[in-house]
Design a protein around this ligand. Structure first.
Ligand code: NAP
Ligand code: ZN
Ligand code: ZN
Length: 350
């Protein structure tokens, strides 16, 4: 067993506080990762507040993990001590179902094992990256390309792959108009990646506050839902929508942003259901699709793509003592564009 230091919510909605717990020892195929940075995803907040149901407590959130290899098991082949590595939203899966064999572990038939808020194969709960180290099977660990800072890479492990995967799946690229709805952690990566894939990108945000940021990130147009006439002006303009919004909103109004045969990619996960009117889809043969993170192979492809195109996340690095304030600021949409915890700060708090 490995004694680990971290921050946990002891129950739904509780403030996160210092927490010491045990992880399994390093098995033959395992890697011990010393965590340097961990991104703060809105999914951490949804789960720490049990907004989706079924949360397991105490919960150590965090699935945008980057660090260096501190130890490798006897049979590990892919990594060596000192390598820069990442761990994303899951740490294992069944490995034999159709999805797993296709490299789509996120759609594993028996369910992937979440990095936190999950049950591991040994029957123990999993604990995430708001902690000083983590033990993971080498097949679920990613290589970090040279040239990107570790803190800038952390959010790619969830926000990056969650936007990259559907943009690739649906062939978004040159000649396409893409609108990114919600300019937060996922949204800002959707702008960068969509632009790098060759699409013309518009940002749709709640207010005018993020206009300049959107342009800096690569958007060629910006619109605000609070301004009257926006939905009329932009009706039937886009080939693709990628919707990253974390709270209920009017899906029918947003569907009307699509041209005929346009595709609406839903990645945001509001806790409540949102009604969809059949006419919003049938009148223009629109597609409404969802997408969940990405498999290991595609996550590596995304990291390499972001390395080649120099697309780190825009981050605000915080000490872990500020995590509860950071959650409040994420809820206010007040982050440019991802909080990343400097895990060295953990030493000072325990
Ligand atoms: P985030 O940083 O909080 O960004 C969400 C953005 O949505 C906000 O910045 C805001 O953008 C907009 N927004 C928030 N509340 C809104 C409201 N009431 N009405 C309209 N717009 C609103 O969150 P994130 O980390 O990017 O995550 C976004 C969502 O994706 C979360 O629900 C998260 O759980 C989910 N997620 C899904 C996957 C997946 O695999 N599908 C993976 C990771 C996360 P503006 O300020 O620009 O309006
Ligand atoms: Zn996430
Ligand atoms: Zn499987």
């Amino acid at each position: 067993m490995l004694q680990t230091k971290g921050y946990a919510a002891q129950q739904a909605g509780a403030a996160l506080e210092p927490f010491t717990f045990d992880r399994r020892g390093v098995g033959p195929k395992d890697i011990l990762v010393q965590i340097h940075y961990c991104g703060v995803c809105h999914s951490d907040i949804h789960q720490a507040r049990d907004e989706w149901g079924g949360s397991i407590f105490p919960m150590v959130p965090g699935h945008e993990i980057v660090g260096t290899v501190a130890q490798v098991g006897m049979e590990v082949k892919k990594f060596r001590e000192g390598d820069r590595v990442g761990v994303g939203c899951f740490v294992d899966s069944c490995r034999t179902c159709v999805s797993c064999t296709k490299g789509l572990e996120q759609y594993c038939d028996t369910g992937m094992i979440f990095t936190y808020n999950g049950m591991d194969k040994d029957g123990e709960p999993t604990y995430g990256g708001y902690s000083n180290h983590i033990v993971v099977d080498e097949n679920y660990v990613l290589n970090i390309p040279d040239g990107l800072s570790l803190e800038g890479v952390a959010p790619l492990l969830c926000a990056g792959i969650t936007t990259y995967s559907p943009l690739r799946q649906w062939g978004v690229g040159k000649g396409h108009k893409l609108v990114v709805v919600g300019l937060g952690g996922l949204g800002h990566m959707a702008v960068k990646i969509g632009r790098a894939l060759g699409a013309e990108v518009t940002v749709l945000s709640r207010s005018d506050r993020k206009r300049q940021d959107a342009e800096r990130l690569g958007a060629s147009d910006f619109a605000s839902t609070s301004q009257a006439g926006t939905f009329t002006r932009l009706a039937r303009t886009f080939d693709f929508v990628i919707d990253t919004v974390s709270a209920p909103h009017d899906l029918n109004a947003h569907l009307d942003l699509l041209k005929t045969d346009g595709t609406y990619i839903l990645v945001g996960v509001p806790p409540e259901s949102i009604p969809v009117n059949a006419f919003s889809l049938i009148l223009r043969r629109r597609r409404l699709v969802g997408s969940l993170i990405g498999g290991i192979r595609e996550t590596q492809e995304m990291l390499d793509f972001c390395g080649e195109h120099s697309l780190p996340s825009d981050v605000e690095v915080i000490p872990i003592s500020q995590i509860n304030d950071a959650y409040e600021r994420v809820l206010q949409g007040d982050v440019r564009f991802r909080f990343v915890i400097d895990m060295a700060s953990l030493e000072n708090t325990l």
